[in-house]
Design a protein around this ligand. Sequence first.
Ligand code: NZQ
Ligand code: ZN
Length: 392
Amino acid sequence: MPSFTYYAPTKVVFGRDAENDTGKLVREFGGKNVLVIFGGESAKKSGLLDRISYCLSAEGIRFTQIGGVVPNPRLSKVYECIDVCREENIDFILSVGGGSVIDTAKATAYGVPYAGDVWDFYCGKAVPKKAMPMGCVLTIAAAGSEMSNSSVITNEDGWLKRGYKNDLSRQRFAVMNPELTYTLPPAQTANGIIDIMMHTMERYFSRERDLFVTDEIAEGLLRSVMRSAFTLKYEPANYDARASLMWASSLSHNGLTGCGLCEDWATHQIEHELSGMFDCAHAPGLSAVWGSWARYVMDADYSRFAQFARQVMEVGGENDDREAAELGIAAFEDFCRSIDMPTNIRELGYKLTDSQIDELAEKCTFFGTRTVGAFKKLNCDDIAAIYRAARG
Ligand code: NZQ
Ligand code: ZN
């Protein structure tokens, strides 16, 4: 088995009414003057924000609220949060929301102690030495930011969506009450399902071998997510299915399903350019391009795709590896359709022109300065070919 480091320091408090512990958790991790960041209306409407305010006050913790984080969170909001933290002498950041809110908090946490522009970290010009402490109350099972070391921010100047990874951004705690996700519209639940699966699949499609434990964890997680998806289609308030999905969201992106593997992440990179250009949601962008990516790279190792087909999608048992690989990809696309997720860019709602494809491929390779992916390394021409195949 290849060597690896596994680091997942976030304290997870999981279950019904877990959010009522938020004040105590903030106190445990030293917060006395907190910035509470949230998104649009959902946390206000559900009364969650009021409950959080109540339990912070009950612990004698001061707080300032800032809302309005949008999906594909913007750099301008990060600047606003940094200013508030400095003006109010904030010592702890609490996110109430999903990946967009938590990622805004992470960027803010890097930015406050830094004298330069926080975007420097996202464009590779600098590396943060410090970050403010953070915790979160998760309201959607999807991005996995609650336990990941990454964050993704969109700079409106050029509409560049860029991710940055650093362990300084790990949440001190993550509060996860599956009941908080009952209010999600079906489309957001489906988005979460795809993003969770992709976070494991980006790790699973690796050329490393002999990682039986990691493989079994990944395959079991993927099967369990599909089972929850099926249940939630008919019973959106099924606690066990919501709980299973929420825990899978964190485990999919806290490194567990990638221990020892050389991870790929091409699908994410290809998608980020789409949501940068069109401001579409992240997960439909992933499902729109994954099949085209998979068919483009599968010849690098049919056996891995065949394993996915047989162990996860439960097809291809009677076929050779190449046929099984194709069946597995088609079965995953069928699964996406079954939860109303697109399998090409036309279904995502966009008619890509040739010049848009060139622009997307250029941006994805940082203007020809990098390749993308590890299962098969992809250059600008490869990526343009994948966008063309995904055009629909
Ligand atoms: O803004 P509100 O009103 O809260 O509505 C949100 C938003 O419209 C809604 N929502 C969240 N919880 C809800 C709810 N609606 C009803 N009831 C609830 N309980 O859901 C919508 C989407 O929220 P968002 O935070 O954008 O979702 P998600 O967690 O999918 O995050 C997506 C962002 O995370 C990035 C994506 O690129 C995207 O920008 N990612 C972050 C990663 C990371 N930090 O590790 C990894 C991922 O690969 C991903 O790239
Ligand atoms: Zn993702």
